[in-house]
Design a protein around this ligand. Structure first.
Ligand code: ZN
Length: 655
């Protein structure tokens, strides 16, 4: 491992201790092999004068909920060191009291809650204290004879701490172990099955000691031929199988969840291991991962339902064996091994999926390397249970708040690069859905910057492309629950007598046939969806056609009829199909300023009057249409199918 310390960068901070603390915390936090997603913590001790002019020593420690990679000065909680040292002397301290007394000792009440390891940081008598969960070190501690390997690598100047629960117990254990120790003789501390602590009065030395310790572990792994996994070739995954798995896991979870396949070369190779079930049944890389990944993944065989039943039974047995009055959490796995095909992540949002993917990528690597060092040996179930059901760990998860109404759902929207389609994507994301946004224009790939959206270029009149895109969508998010079939085109005005074949056919292809094909190909996935619903964007021209628009109106009338029949055919499967008839939605790609003024002139109206030429005298926007679509896809229309709703500000011909 290389040090990323840069003298020029550090110099710019002009000896400001807190700024230097932020700097090296980010160096640690931006290295996935050291910490991930909120893991690890750091601190700095600073002498400050309080409001009474008295000098106090303040421990600035990482605040709970902050990530080392992105932490800022305000992410550190200032706590009076004298209070922490007193707390360390108490024989016992409950979690509730620890949180309370740490908060009482803070000099800024609006700072975040200090880390659970605050007391430990306090008792280490150095200005800078760095703590990580370095992969290479933990891999070695998690093997048979791990402790003697650590002794062999680091010699007598490394304090080796047996595994105990993080928080007060860990602080107390180290407090007792170091009472009669000369700290200056120590290079650092290694916590078995947990991580590494380094410390120094100099930020660079504290940081680089960490790099040195990890490098020694990496070299040991290399020397002992604990190589990383070699890749394997992708298999052919059936998208419908993934959707079936998602359905089962969502049912167990009690809410719709997203599912993503990791078929990277390393993941596929891991899933090929003949003993994959045995080795993944031993536990996570570090105990704090358990709240994200649970203790073990599910390893699928041929019978999905039986595998999941067994997983749930095993989880309940594990709970029963260790529970001391805690409330049983949901029993759904957070990741799965799909033998020979890769691994799957499960989570309510794309962000959750990413966290699980990152953690399990490191877990798989660690298990593989430890196996070559004599065997992967994770913490025992009792210790892991304690962390999984620890109120201070669970508190991290409950910070997320109440889920949005469409969280965990997957929507597919066509014609998504502009106008109504784009507004639908934005509204769906605002409701918490993950969205696959399709459009014929290439720019769709970058139209949306949100992590919840995948933009894919697709010509909806090309069946092969649709088929491929649906598969991509399912491998990315796990299935399809909601469909907004919106792609359309407005052909040039032409009377029937003048209609050319091409204009007619093109309108039929885009405005009618493409919707039928998309609906057909999505149906097997909608059947496996969660409260599945379809919205077809038709037109006011269906109930109130106009001369010169036969190609458009006939196709949209056909689309409406398709929706009515689909509502009948899909009702018994719980899939709702409703239709929207928008009129005069001018903030779409087809309505340029030039077209608008020409049309307005045609009717002898100003643009403003033309835009609001309806009973309510209001302008209808893409967002208005999207809001109606969201209502139709959600609970408001939960008992309605086959409905046609105009959105036009009121039109006497339609009424
Ligand atoms: Zn830790």
């Amino acid at each position: 491992m290389k040090s990323n310390w840069k003298n020029e960068e550090a110099k710019k901070l002009k000896g400001d201790l807190l700024k230097l603390r932020v700097y090296t915390s980010q160096l640690l936090g931006n290295n996935e092999d050291l910490v991930m997603h909120g893991g690890g913590n750091t601190s700095v001790k600073i002498k400050e004068k309080n409001i009474f002019g008295e000098e106090e020593e303040i421990l600035y420690v990482k605040g709970s909920g902050w990530d080392l990679g992105t932490i800022k000065e305000q992410g550190f909680s200032p706590v009076k060191l004298s209070a922490l040292l007193k707390l360390a002397e108490l024989p016992t301290l409950t979690d509730v009291d620890m949180v309370k007394y740490q908060r009482m000792a803070m000099t800024n009440p609006s700072a975040p809650n200090p880390s659970v390891e605050t007391i430990l940081h306090g008792i280490i008598p150095y200005t800078f204290v760095d703590h990580t969960h370095a992969d290479a070190v933990v891999i070695i501690t998690n093997t048979p004879g791990g402790k003697s390997r650590i002794q062999e690598i680091y010699g007598k100047n490394m304090l080796i701490v047996p595994y105990v629960m993080p928080g007060f117990i860990l602080a107390k254990t180290i407090y007792e172990m170091t009472k009669n120790i000369n700290w200056d003789t120590l290079d650092g501390m290694i916590l078995m099955s947990h991580g590494v602590f380094t410390f120094d009065h100099d930020p660079k030395r504290a940081y680089e000691n960490m790099i040195d310790i990890v490098t020694k572990a990496e070299n040991y792994l290399k020397k002992n031929k604990a190589a990383t996994i070699k890749g394997a070739k992708k298999g052919k995954v059936n998208a419908l199988d993934i959707a079936k798995i998602r359905k089962q896991i969502s049912t167990t979870w009690g809410a719709p969840i997203l599912t993503r396949l990791d078929d990277s070369a390393a993941s596929v190779a891991f899933s090929h291991l003949p003993n994959v079930k045995k080795i993944t049944n031993r536990g996570p890389l570090t105990p704090d991962h358990i709240i994200r990944t649970k203790r073990t993944p599910i390893v699928f065989s041929k019978n999905l339902e039986r595998d999941l039943e067994k997983y749930v039974t095993d989880y309940k047995a594990y709970f029963k064996a260790h529970n001391q009055g805690e409330k049983l959490l949901d029993q759904a796995p957070r990741w799965a091994v799909l033998p020979k095909e890769g691994t799957l992540s499960f989570g309510p949002t794309p962000k959750h999926l990413r966290v699980i993917e990152d953690i399990t990528r490191h877990t798989k690597k660690a298990i593989f390397q430890a196996e070559q060092l004599g065997g992967w040996k994770a913490l025992g179930k009792a210790d892991l249970f304690e962390v999984e059901y620890w109120s201070l760990e669970q508190a991290k998860l409950s910070k997320a708040g109440t889920p949005k109404s469409m969280q965990g759902k997957v929507a597919l929207v066509t014609g998504a690069a502009s106008g109504i389609g784009k507004a639908c994507v934005e509204s769906l994301v605002a409701q918490g859905a993950a969205v696959v946004a399709l459009d014929i224009v290439k720019s769709i790939q970058s139209t949306f910057s949100q992590k919840e959206v995948v933009g894919i270029q697709c010509d909806v009149t090309n069946s092969k492309q649709i088929e491929k895109v649906i598969e991509q969508a399912v491998l990315h998010f796990g299935g399809i629950d909601l469909l907004v079939s919106n792609a359309g085109t407005f052909p040039p005005s032409s009377k029937i007598v003048d209609m050319d074949e091409k204009t007619w056919q093109k309108s039929m292809d885009i405005n009618l046939t493409s919707h039928q094909r998309l609906l057909k190909m999505c149906t097997p996935f909608l059947e496996l969806g969660h409260d599945a619903a379809v919205v077809l964007i038709a037109s006011k021209n269906v109930p109130a056609p106009g001369p010169g628009a036969a190609a458009y109106s006939v196709a949209k009338a056909g689309l409406t009829q398709l929706g009515r029949i689909a509502a009948m055919e899909l009702g018994e499967k719980g899939i709702r199909v409703n239709m929207i008839h928008p009129n005069a939605v001018f903030d779409t790609a087809i309505w340029t300023e030039e077209v608008l003024s020409r049309r307005a002139k045609n009717y002898g109206l100003t643009i403003e009057k033309y835009k609001t030429n309806n009973l309510l005298k209001v302008e209808v926007t893409s967002t208005d249409v999207a809001n109606l679509a969201i209502a139709m896809l959600g609970n408001t229309f939960g008992k309605i199918t086959g409905a046609q709703v105009p959105i036009d500000g009121g039109n006497d011909r339609v009424i």
